[in-house]
Design a protein. Structure first.
Length: 538
């Protein structure tokens, strides 16, 4: 029945997540139910029901309508058992990231509730932070959902990506520190965003704001999030309600005590599940403005550790700062991040005796503006001048290698936790990484990054360099163009189709097909390096 199939495809596209309600209308309509019963069954206004059924043939196959778009996945006890097994393999919770694990029953309940309420088959579902493995639960219930996870914690991303591969469904795992930016590849792509953010006002503001950026403006998009507070701190719940108004989010449902945790006793070991819909004026599918980045530049979003709301701003040790500034060499400097001993004002100066003036900029503003520049359709001049001297210590260490991949600088100095040393094996095709002595202590560390101009060692080295130096391109596109450029340099020609044939798409991490080089988790970066080399072995 091609006509009916076309009608259903049109309705699915038009109603997106709310096609679950449309499906109830279609089933009742095929069974001969009157409009009043269709309204009662779906909860849709009479006008919408009449619009949906206009032109449809009641004699259409009931089975065809009932089965349209439905998929069979795990449910009930089987799903809970799977989630318990997957949770057993989780890396240890990170105290400073406010990780408190949800129970396996909660993981299963979330997925079942979302799948029963919304049409997740073929929908794009994004989890902002996923220590509770909600993405894997949704994939187990609705195998045809398009799943994406964003997290700052590399071990969590690895566990989720490896588990999804083992379960047999594709999943995009993107690294991001949401205090800096949402991966631009994900802006305006999600039908449903789920998040269990830090339970602080600034944490909620940040995560909900990023969720709005990620949503696709269809008119049927949803934002689901968790929040809990103790009986003696109800003012925090009031602050969240106020925040929803500020962000122009309408509360569609609030399910008290929906989420249970192994811990979090201060809030009764449970939190509420909120479902919201953006209204007119919400910044759906829009990247954060520079003004918003500036407002959040000093935000402490967690309840514990050096990034807690009440934590003091870091100060780079004097010997470390001196080593970093000396490594930057002569000429104008761009001081990025917190902790520099500078005067106040728009153009702070270095300590007396250190020499020339330097511009200072918060790390979120630097990262956000560079990301917007790199991914613009027609990038203009780089938004900043001067040799960047970037501090990612103590709380943004995971961004260390990404600052290099994103900005593709000729020269940069980075102050970071020593454990986050830029990976020479990943950057080596385009950059030299040198340790800079800092004197006693050794923490934080200083690294000098220099883009080299040595001829590529082989074709793989040339292609990797091409990918590394194009932060605005999706990885497979940069890989394809790198193959074409290498062929041209060798005096031959290669078409785009021929280049694509050299890319082992079936072996690649699914994230490589959707993301940019600096949005990948480190394990996927390492795999990409290996795959490029292996694909070009003669």
């Amino acid at each position: 029945m091609p006509d009916l199939a076309d009608d259903i495809a049109r309705l699915r596209s038009e109603w997106s997540l709310d096609f679950a309600r449309v499906r109830r209308v279609l089933v009742g309509f095929a069974d001969g139910a009157p409009v009043s019963e269709l309204v009662a069954a779906s909860g849709l206004p009479r006008r919408d029901v009449e619009s949906i059924t206009a032109g449809l043939d009641r004699r259409s196959s009931v089975a065809y309508v009932r089965d349209a778009g439905t998929h069979v996945g795990l449910d009930g006890p089987a799903l809970e058992a799977r989630m318990a097994e997957l949770a057993a393999g989780l890396p240890p919770s990170r105290w400073r990231l406010d990780h408190v694990p949800a129970t396996a029953q909660t993981m299963a309940r979330r997925a079942l509730y979302l799948a029963e309420t919304y049409a997740l088959d073929a929908a794009s579902v994004l989890c902002l932070g996923d220590h509770d493995l909600t993405s894997l639960a949704v994939g187990s219930v609705t195998p045809d959902a398009e799943l994406t996870v964003v997290d700052i914690d590399e071990p969590i991303l690895d566990h989720i990506a490896d588990s999804a591969a083992g379960l047999g469904f594709p999943l995009t795992a993107a690294w991001a520190d949401l205090r800096l930016t949402l991966p631009p590849s994900l802006t305006g792509t999600a039908d449903l965003v789920f998040t269990d953010p830090p339970y602080t006002t600034e944490g909620m503001r940040l995560f909900l704001g990023r969720a709005l950026e990620a949503l696709r403006p269809t008119g049927h998009e949803r934002l689901a999030f968790c929040f809990g507070t103790g009986e003696r701190h109800l003012v925090k719940a009031l602050e969240v309600q106020s925040l929803l108004g500020e962000l122009r989010l309408a509360l569609e449902a609030m399910l008290p005590g929906f989420n249970h945790y192994d811990g979090a006793e201060a809030i009764g070991a449970r939190s509420d599940l909120y479902i919201c819909r953006p209204t007119k004026g919400a910044k759906v599918g829009e990247a954060a403005s520079a003004a918003r980045s500036r407002r959040s530049r000093t935000a402490r979003i967690y309840t514990r550790g050096t990034a807690a709301e009440e934590a003091a701003a870091p100060v780079i040790p004097e010997s470390t700062a001196a080593a970093a500034l000396a490594a930057a060499g002569d000429g104008p400097l761009l001081l990025v991040g917190e902790g520099w001993d500078t005067a106040t004002g728009d153009a702070p100066v270095l300590r007396e005796g250190e020499g020339s003036k330097a511009t200072a900029v918060p790390l979120p503003e630097y990262f956000g503006r560079i990301a917007a520049w790199a991914t613009a359709a027609r990038p203009g001049p780089l938004p900043f001048t001067g040799t960047p001297v970037i501090n990612t210590w103590p709380d943004h260490g995971a961004a260390t290698v990404r600052t290099v991949l994103l900005a593709a600088p000729e020269r940069a100095v980075i102050v970071s936790p020593r454990r986050d040393r830029p990976h020479a094996e990943i950057l080596g095709s385009a950059y030299d990484v040198a340790d800079v002595p800092t004197g006693p202590g050794g923490e934080p560390a200083v690294f000098l990054i220099t883009r080299h101009d040595r001829p590529p060692a082989d074709a793989a080295d040339a292609v990797l360099r091409h990918i590394l130096l194009r932060p605005g391109a999706k990885i497979v596109n940069a890989w394809r163009d790198g193959l074409i450029a290498d062929a041209r340099a060798a005096g031959t020609t290669m078409t785009k189709n021929e280049a694509r044939a050299h890319i082992p798409a079936e072996r690649l991490d699914p994230s490589c097909r959707h993301l940019r080089i600096w949005e990948l988790r480190l394990a996927a970066l390492a795999q990409l390096t290996r795959e490029v080399k292996e694909s070009l072995v003669l």
